[in-house]
Design a protein around this ligand. Sequence first.
Ligand code: ADP
Ligand code: MG
Length: 621
Amino acid sequence: MTRKAITLLPEILRNQIAAGEVVERPASVLKELVENSLDAGAARVDVTLEGGGVARMVVQDDGAGIPPAELSLAVTRHATSKLASVSELFSVTSYGFRGEALPSIASVSHLTLTSRVQDEPEAARLDVECGAVLSEGPAALAAGTRVEMRRLFASTPARLKFLRTEATEAKRCQEVLMRMALARPDVAFSLTLGGREVFRLPGGQTLQARLSQFWPPAVLEGLVEFSREHGELRARGMAGRPSHAQNRPDRMLFYVNGRPVQDRLLARAARDSYKGRILSGEHPQVVLFLDLPPEEVDVNVHPAKQEVRFRDEGAVFALVRLALAPAAGADALAEQSASYSSSIRSGGSYGSQAWTPPPSGAAAGSSADRAESRGAAPLGDKPGMLRGWQAFSNPERERVVPLPLAPRQRSPEPTSSPGLAPGPGPAHLSAGPEPRPLSQGGLEYLGQIADTYLVLRQGGGKLVLVDQHAAHERVILENMRRARSGGDSQPLALPLELTLHPSEAARAQELWDELRSCGFLLEMSGAGKLSVRGVPPSLPAGKAAEFLRDALADRTGGLAELWTMLSCKSAIKAGQPLAVDEALSLLEVWLDTPDRDFCPHGRPVAVAFGAADLERLFKRK
Ligand code: ADP
Ligand code: MG
């Protein structure tokens, strides 16, 4: 084999190779140019795009400018005004520091750099085509910098092929600019696309005001402001309530020290905060700014600087969870409710939210913006209701004993629950005419409808519907949580015998301790034979075998999912008539349960209609 000699690559080729990392598409060019403008202290940034940003892109700012003598350095690789030593690399506060963006862009396009330093009489211009300087000289420009890029990838057709349609590339540019604009509401931005102005944002806005330029009012009204600190870590921003979750994932935006990032850790922490409160497939809205000392985070792990690495991941995760807890409605778990109520109140005009009746039988769920038209909010979301909740969520208070609510067969004769009359037939309002007051929250129980929903009135002005299955699930889950250490068990007169598949037996070994802590008394009797001598008190014996089968077949879930499943299996079902006393005791215990607004699967347990909602329903307003 013949060997070629080792040679140093020509500068232009080196830049073109580097460009492969930094300059992927018009949106990545735009990101670099806007970052440069912000690093230069610009108070306004105007962006013009033509042909999806491929044909032409202009970014003009009123920042510090570049002196004429440094123009050619600006397009030289590893030349930067932002970093002087390795030690500074670990404490960067500017967006840029690698000195790669302009030379990379200039190597794969036609770039014209025009700039004038504040208080200097004249501007200067530099024209570069595919890495080669074409011309240089004086120019006319107000103070600041104007970068014009034309014909991206014209000389590298292979790269051009990877681009999408003009419209798609333009949309990505728009998203990039939006993300930057949200990070810097103090700076004015404008975007002109193909001669049409898409937006013009004034400087000095609040985050909320700026968000209102991008997100619809129905989403905005569900947002809660948050801010949490721990040591030198700080998480602040705005996040949507679970009731406003949508089945689009693109409204979760994360920033680290002002830099937009796509970070798995932050996304996971955010999802975790909402776990059990939104349905699978739904996503909350989150705009989260994490600020921390620069040495606590490495931004130099990715050429486009979109990924970061935290020194203390655990602390970041915990802080983000805590910061989002108020918006996610996780107050009872995270901490006591003082900060919750104040942030809910600062959430503004939520109480006047519109309720639109769902289209009859229609699959409204498929539209991306479904949640924007979705109305009736979970009970605890309404300010009036919240005050009620706070009044009676006293952690010191003794727990009410578990309900005498063993799920009953729908047989006409009274069964295991003595003293409880069997309910009447389905779809019947089963309570008498007498409203029955509950001990808390100014609530009265009116009756059951469709053998599924409990109807309540609150303080005369509000209609509240409670899903009996969801409420009971939540109660049982909480009781199991509390009984966990006790591991109470209800012995079976006749042990249950299950024959297990080898994979089920292996899973049983894995879950052994967890199952016992739930109250199962288990024994392996010979190969693949499981005998069950006791079951959790809340689980009807008849359901135990089914539950164990399900638990052992599922390889994913741990204890938390096991409990959720157990609570679902044990809970009274929809379509089961409840006697007045049964309904009342369910409601009383449910009202005492933390996290009561959502069932363990994340569905709302209760919905409330205020007078205003009803007026709207009846088209009085
Ligand atoms: P980096 O931003 O990593 O330093 P760039 O290649 O993006 O590298 O830019 C090189 C240099 O050009 C910057 O360090 C800065 O001094 C100068 N520069 C680029 N854009 C601007 C701008 N809009 N305003 C002022 N100076 C700029
Ligand atoms: Mg830069």
